[in-house]
Each structure stands twice: as structure tokens, then as C-alpha cells.
Design a binder for this molecule. Sequence first.
Ligand SMILES: *[C@@H]1O[C@H](CO)[C@@H](O)[C@H](O)[C@H]1NC(C)=O
Ligand SMILES: *[C@@H]1O[C@H](CO)[C@@H](O)[C@H](O)[C@H]1NC(C)=O
Ligand SMILES: *[C@@H]1O[C@H](CO)[C@@H](O)[C@H](O)[C@H]1NC(C)=O
Ligand SMILES: *[C@@H]1O[C@H](CO)[C@@H](O)[C@H](O)[C@H]1NC(C)=O
Ligand SMILES: *[C@@H]1O[C@H](CO)[C@@H](O)[C@H](O)[C@H]1NC(C)=O
Ligand SMILES: *[C@@H]1O[C@H](CO)[C@@H](O)[C@H](O)[C@H]1NC(C)=O
Ligand SMILES: *[C@@H]1O[C@H](CO)[C@@H](O)[C@H](O)[C@H]1NC(C)=O
Length: 303
Amino acid sequence: MTPPAPLFFLLLCLPSFTPALALAMPRRPLFRWPWRRASVPAAGYFPPGDAGGTMLTIAPGTGGLGEPLNVILAATSSPAVLIESQANGGFLNFFLSIDFAGECLGQHMGEPQQANLGDGRGFVNESAVLRYDYGDPALGTCQETVQGGNHFRFWRQSGSSANSSALFMATSYEKPIKEHHDIVVNGYNLGRDWLVGNITKSPINTTALTNTSTFSGTTSFGGYTYTTAIAYVSGLLANSSAGVNHAETVGVNGANPVDGLVAVLDVKITTAPANASISAGWRAAPPRTGMAALFLFGVLGVL
Ligand SMILES: *[C@@H]1O[C@H](CO)[C@@H](O)[C@H](O)[C@H]1NC(C)=O
Ligand SMILES: *[C@@H]1O[C@H](CO)[C@@H](O)[C@H](O)[C@H]1NC(C)=O
Ligand SMILES: *[C@@H]1O[C@H](CO)[C@@H](O)[C@H](O)[C@H]1NC(C)=O
Ligand SMILES: *[C@@H]1O[C@H](CO)[C@@H](O)[C@H](O)[C@H]1NC(C)=O
Ligand SMILES: *[C@@H]1O[C@H](CO)[C@@H](O)[C@H](O)[C@H]1NC(C)=O
Ligand SMILES: *[C@@H]1O[C@H](CO)[C@@H](O)[C@H](O)[C@H]1NC(C)=O
Ligand SMILES: *[C@@H]1O[C@H](CO)[C@@H](O)[C@H](O)[C@H]1NC(C)=O
């Protein structure tokens, strides 16, 4: 039996009508407790420079020089990805999906670098270092330590005055250990772009990048699939050599060693293994069209 025309029309409209209504609702609460801290900006991080921080690290023994924080894992990512864990699709698992792993046999070499992310904590030691694993998660980072290669140190923006949970990464491509792990020519920009290329699985042309460049890629590890949107942004990091460690040898033909672009990664878990814990903070995009069709069939079936 066909329902009366107006009812049928209303039923057809209902599934798409509901999300439209949700979008029309104000995004921010109308009332805000005065003592509530600022919410995380839409970009998924607080610019460190807004509150006394800086996008250059301090490397020990350099008289205050440092490396550019040239990649950000934004807080817009799936919540599980922001957790420093290999379980539940956490960011250690995400980085395994692009061939980055913890240090060789758990060893850490050298004094930590420090960064001030403008989150109220001042300069703090790096959390850890991940290295390119040459496709071997177990021992590949030992090869990186000896032969050199891509690596990054990271810090979490987690102080109480700017607690975004975003990760700020100082990425660079280093020379072999016998050359004291200096940075290769253009090694800050190239380290960033090879890491991004590992996500997109096609080379990024460093000299063609601008603050409007965007990319995307899909990678998997341990039963999790990640879809990453990458946007290069300017205005956080200076296009400059000022304060940059190894500036004279890293800049190509007199160019700045740091081009001023930061790759912002928005990493979403799009599939998780069937055994994944639902409470782990990941959620795939709701299957809206499927739900709408199911709803419609259900309603028509009843009538
Ligand atoms: C930073 O690391 C250095 C060297 O390992 C250590 O001496 C210092 O206590 C650390 N600082 C903090 C705040 O953990
Ligand atoms: C920062 O936010 C995280 C997650 O929302 C929370 O667990 C943590 O306690 C917060 N830290 C501070 C210092 O407010
Ligand atoms: C992936 O990373 C490796 C090591 O840094 C690099 O040699 C390679 O060019 C990268 N792949 C892409 C497509 O950028
Ligand atoms: C990279 O971009 C530059 C500048 O746009 C261009 O001249 C060069 O041919 C490009 N290289 C490749 C390999 O596409
Ligand atoms: C992009 O860079 C240009 C200069 O190259 C600058 O004028 C513009 O403001 C930048 N846009 C953003 C969104 O940062
Ligand atoms: C869940 O399944 C994935 C492969 O689909 C496997 O790698 C992982 O070890 C499993 N985890 C648990 C807790 O069984
Ligand atoms: C960085 O500055 C140089 C000039 O010093 C300019 O040629 C180059 O295009 C700039 N790079 C970016 C990515 O804006």
C-alpha cells in the first residue's frame, strides 16, 4: 500500500532533513563558563608563537640553535590517533603504517632537544624519536641509526593554557653516524616531504610547494586503515635561516634551510579490525546514506 502523498514526501525527506537541521544549529554553546579554557582552534592546534612559544627547537650544545617543527599531527585527527600507543590504532601504529618506528632496540642516543609550544610549560624535553624503519619495524631503525635517514622528534602541546593534544614534530633527514648525524642538504624540508610522500605514496615536489598545497593518502597497519589529509601552511615557521642549526650546510645554493611551510596532518581511522575495542576513541564516519536507505525501506515495509 502506498502512503498518502504528503506523508510519503515527508518520509523521503526525513533522513536528509535531520543532518541539515544539525548543521543549522550553532556550533558553539551559547553560554560559556567564564573560567573554561579556550577550546582547541578549528585548525587542531594553538600557534605556539601566540603565547611565547616558538617553532624552532633548542638542540643541546649549539648555543640555542634548533630544528624546525615542520610537521603537526593536528587534534582534528581521530582521538585514538593522538594517543601515544601502538594499540587501538594509536599514533605509533599510524607511524608504522608509513614505516616509522621507535629507536633501535629501545636505545636512545644523545641529549634530548627541547621545545616551547606556547602551552604554558616553557621549554620541555622531546617525548621520543621515531626513525624510518626501511620497511622492517623490528630492526630497520637500527639501519637508520647507522646509515642515516629520515627521523623526527616530537612534543605534545598539552600544557594547561593551550592543551590541544596536537603533536609537533621536528623532521629531518640525517647523514650516517660516522658523519655525526649532520643533516643532509635541504634535509629539513626533504625530511618533511618524504614523510608526507610516504603517506601519499607518491613523491612531493619540495620546490613547487606553497601554502595552498594539499594532499591526501591512505595507509594501513595492524588491521587499521588511516586516511590522512595534509595541508601545507605558512605563518607558523619563518622562511629563514635565523636560529636554525646547521643552517650553512642545509640551505641549497644560498637558499634558506627552512622554507617556512609546516605540513599539518589530519589523520582519521577509516577502518579498524573487527577485534578493536569500541571504547578506544575511534569512530568511523557514520554510514549516513546506508542508514537513510535502511530507514526508508523499514518505513515502506511497515506501511
Ligand atoms: C631533560 O633531559 C635531561 C637530559 O636527559 C635531564 O637531565 C632533565 O632532567 C630533563 N628535564 C626534564 C624536565 O625532564
Ligand atoms: C589536556 O587534555 C587531555 C585530553 O582532553 C586531558 O586528559 C589532560 O588532563 C589535559 N591536561 C591539562 C594539563 O589540562
Ligand atoms: C619515503 O621515505 C623514504 C625515506 O625517507 C624516502 O626515501 C622516499 O622517497 C619516501 N617516499 C616518497 C614517495 O616520498
Ligand atoms: C618541481 O617543481 C619545480 C617548480 O615548480 C619545477 O621546475 C620542477 O620541474 C618540478 N620537478 C618535478 C620532478 O616535477
Ligand atoms: C600564503 O602566502 C602568501 C605569500 O606567499 C601570503 O600572502 C598569504 O597571506 C599566505 N596565506 C595564508 C593563508 O597563510
Ligand atoms: C586484532 O586483529 C589484527 C589484525 O586484523 C591483529 O594484528 C591484532 O593483533 C589483533 N588484536 C587483538 C587484541 O587480538
Ligand atoms: C622562501 O623565501 C624565498 C626568498 O628568500 C622565496 O624564494 C621562496 O619562494 C620562499 N618559499 C616559500 C615556500 O614561500
